[in-house]
Design a protein around this ligand. Structure first.
Ligand code: SP5
Ligand code: ZN
Length: 343
């Protein structure tokens, strides 16, 4: 399987995040990519290539112009006010039901275009966001060209980002941009299988009223875990999209024995959709010792998951989402690839 990456993510680093009542170094860090690259090579995956560059147009097929403009201008505006160093983050959030629009102040933009305090902006953030899209679209093009699979090794991740909101380490929804690109290139049905520990509230919202993109997610229950407000099983889609959103919330502490039936049900739903391409939002923060997650999957389980996904026999695009246990992140991710490839 060809693996796509870029070095342009490295400048998105150095910010801190809120963990309940504490300010801690960001878990979503550049060394995540290094440990994954080392592990995939170690498992014999040597077809690793640099991403091509893409124009901004494919991003604008999913995200609003005002939002994308904000992503580009946020740090320069913040720096003009506070100087270099530090990071930009929202200070307040909006009031539901009132008309609120951003003005020239970067604080109004952060309030309108972010939904939590886990999407800091530093000098290298915009370049990293673009690189993640480049990596994902390069991998999507590889699959669209007739190859069986590709892996987009990208950061920052994307599945929490909606059409006009960033949150949960996510700015642009890489998987959604790829899905739309494939549709624009002639595909008629895409499935997104989201196995990240967290519900992909952004991806769900983008495709909630559409039947061309099936969203199937397995994640920690919103009653106990971020994003807390979405991810319930009763969220099945709306209008044209009714029946094309499939959430399976699971309890904290879930092990492979509890995970497997959910994965089988998700795969069955994907098969019924008969997509031309399967996009896997691949998070391995389901790992037992992940510092952000609360499931109990173990390292060998990721081969099982990869092999299970391969049984669909669909052209498959893996897009990296979460996974923060630096010591085991590489091998866990590589195990999905190796398991998928029949190893
Ligand atoms: C892409 C992705 O995985 N984003 C995750 C963002 C999660 N941010 C909030 C974390 C909530 C903290 N949960 C702590 C559990 C400690 N075991
Ligand atoms: Zn996650």
């Amino acid at each position: 399987m060809r693996i796509f990456h870029s070095n342009d993510h490295r400048g998105h680093a150095g910010a801190k995040e809120m963990r309940y009542d504490q300010l801690i170094p960001m878990c979503e860090s550049p060394d995540r990519m290094d440990t994954i690259l080392a592990a995939v090579k170690d498992q014999g995956h040597r077809d690793i290539v640099e991403a091509e560059r893409f124009e901004i147009a494919p991003i604008l097929r999913v995200h609003t112009p005002g939002f994308v403009d904000f992503l580009e201008r946020c740090w320069p505006l913040w720096e003009a006010e506070f100087g270099p160093g530090g990071f930009a983050t929202a200070y307040m959030f909006g009031m539901r039901g009132m008309d609120q629009v951003p003005n020239a102040s970067v604080h109004s933009m952060l309030s309108c275009y972010t939904f939590d305090v886990c999407v800091p902006f530093v000098a290298g953030t915009w370049t990293a966001i673009r690189s993640a899209v480049d990596v994902t679209l390069s991998a999507a093009a590889h699959v669209a060209a007739g190859n069986a699979a590709a892996f987009a090794l990208c950061r920052p991740p994307g599945h929490h980002a909606s059409a006009d909101l960033a949150g949960g380490y996510c700015y642009v929804n890489n998987a959604a941009v790829a899905a739309q690109r494939l549709l624009d290139g002639g595909a008629s049905r895409i499935a997104i299988l989201d196995v990240d520990y967290h519900h992909g509230n952004g991806t769900q919202s983008i495709f909630y009223e559409r039947s061309d993109v099936l969203y199937a997610s397995i994640h920690a229950t919103p009653e106990r875990e971020y994003p807390f407000l979405m991810g319930y099983a009763h969220e099945t889609g709306r209008g044209e999209g009714e029946g094309f959103n499939f959430n399976q919330p699971l309890p904290l502490g879930t092990r492979l024995d509890g995970y497997r039936p959910a994965l089988a049900a998700a795969l069955q739903r994907v098969r019924a959709h008969a997509p031309e391409v399967l996009i896997v939002s691949l998070g391995v923060d389901t790992f037992a010792r992940d510092p952000v997650g609360g499931f109990a999957l173990e390292t060998p389980d990721y081969r099982t998951i990869g092999a299970a996904i391969a049984t669909l026999n669909l052209p498959t695009l893996f897009v990296m989402e979460g996974g923060y246990a630096i010591a085991e992140l590489g091998v866990n991710t590589a195990n999905v690839i190796t398991g998928f490839a029949g190893g």
